[in-house]
Design a protein around this ligand. Structure first.
Ligand code: SF4
Length: 93
């Protein structure tokens, strides 16, 4: 079983209209944008051919890696745990 297959087992309950991660793109430098596309294990940060970043909070594994990757840019990313009953439900097997 590969990583994508394992991730597809997990269940996500998205808190529509109340994302637990808010990204302030204008505060991100180019290097950090590129880093986010690499470090997020769920691949939720993407850059198109023009360098425009997109982020999708649905599918977040709540690992906090993006929080660490943007720690040097205060205010670039707001990260909170999802409200109770929302977020990822890890499933094994
Ligand atoms: S918390 Fe982890 S999975 Fe979620 S967006 Fe950040 S790096 Fe990706």
């Amino acid at each position: 079983m590969n990583v994508e297959q394992k991730l597809s087992i997990d269940k996500f309950v998205v808190d529509e209209g109340n994302p637990h991660i808010i990204l302030h793109l204008e505060k991100l430098d180019e290097e950090t944008r590129k880093a986010l596309t690499v470090v997020c294990p769920a691949g939720l940060y993407t850059l198109d051919e023009n360098g425009t970043m997109a982020f999708e909070v649905a599918g977040c594994l709540e690992c906090g890696t993006c929080r660490v990757a943007t720690a040097h840019l205060p205010g670039a990313l707001e990260w909170n745990h999802p409200r109770a009953s929302f977020g990822v439900d890890f499933r094994y097997g």
